[in-house]
Design a protein around this ligand. Structure first.
Ligand code: 13P
Ligand code: SF4
Length: 304
């Protein structure tokens, strides 16, 4: 059944010359039919480079918006219109415009997990894998980092030469993990390395052997000579790594590390999107798109 649906997706993908992009949090049945799977930074770059004019985004809304922002002539379909990122909705352009007035001269650095509208008031965009490099590289010394306080404080620790103002947004999935859970997982698996996403709170990051993006965590586990790992990011990464490296053991840091928005996207959604019977054709008005593009283009120029 799954194989039949995958075969039909691959046939339609060829026929329509479509590109299927999947975030690393997608399930195995989706990553198997995707042209490309990766973290937010890699998806943004891939979206810009791929020549195909139809893109099916298997991920959350801001990821589809990023493709549209970078490639306005492409038709970009968000495979499941209900898949949003709650963090991306936590702050809006009006709020940040007001906050900016209190911090004149600060560069607004926005995590890519933000709406297109919020990106219009940002100076630079970052992802979890590019944030440290970009905050170091930009000429401004004062940074208003939005919206993730945990990613922001991780970057602040690694870039002490800059002044950071952080606001209190964050990822509800990662931020709920406590340092006590991290300590308990390490006690339960004393030979395992703990690999966490920087969206986790500082106390969890302090317990970690490695902190990085979804792709960073996967690369670290792939290259490490160690055989056991506790995975402190969405649990789909535990599954991908377990399939890819059956000789190694991967333990979830918490059974609650599940992003219910990412999990909304299913293989039937991808098929329906390709058939033109489902998904959402992402539309952005041109002033919003072009203003939002500035901070993402700067990230790609500085982060490559
Ligand atoms: P990555 O950029 O690491 O893929 O993170 C995206 C995300 O939403 C993590 O929660
Ligand atoms: Fe958003 Fe968190 Fe889900 Fe990532 S894991 S998409 S930041 S809610």
């Amino acid at each position: 059944m799954i194989k039949d649906m995958q075969a039909e997706i691959l046939r339609l993908k060829e026929q329509k010359n479509a590109c299927i992009l999947a975030h690393s949090y997608m399930s195995e049945d989706i990553t198997e039919i995707a042209d490309f799977t990766g973290d937010s930074y890699a998806l943004a770059v891939k979206a810009k480079q791929d020549p195909r004019s139809l893109v099916i985004m298997c991920g959350v809304r801001f990821m589809a918006e990023t493709v549209k922002i970078l490639s306005p002539s492409k038709k970009v379909i968000l495979a499941n219109p209900a898949a949003g990122c709650p963090m991306a909705e936590q702050m809006d352009a009006e709020l940040i415009t007001e906050v900016k007035k209190r911090y004149p001269g600060y560069a607004v650095v926005a995590y890519i997990n933000t709406t297109a509208q919020l990106k219009t008031v940002a100076d630079y965009c970052v992802t979890s894998s590019s944030a440290v490099k970009i905050c170091r590289a930009i000429p401004e010394k004062n940074i208003l980092f939005i919206p993730d306080i945990n990613l922001g404080s991780y970057v602040q620790r690694l870039v002490p030469e800059k002044n950071f103002k952080l606001l209190s947004g964050g990822c509800p999935t990662h931020a709920r993990i406590t340092p006590q859970e991290a300590q308990a997982a390490k006690k339960a698996h004393p030979d395992a390395l703990l690999l966490v996403h920087p969206e986790c709170v500082a106390g969890v990051c302090r317990e970690a052997d490695y902190i990085g993006s979804t792709s960073g965590i996967m690369e670290f586990a792939a290259k490490s000579p160690k055989r056991e790992f506790i995975i402190g990011t969405e649990n789909s990464i535990v599954q991908h790594l377990s399939f890819a490296f059956p000789q190694k053991r991967f333990y979830p840091l918490s059974k609650d590390l599940v992003c219910h928005n990412m999990k909304l996207v299913t293989l039937p959604d991808v098929l329906a999107a390709l058939k033109g019977e489902g998904g959402e054709d992402v539309v952005l008005d041109e002033p919003t798109r072009s203003a939002a593009a500035v901070c993402i283009e700067r990230m790609i120029a500085l982060g490559g």
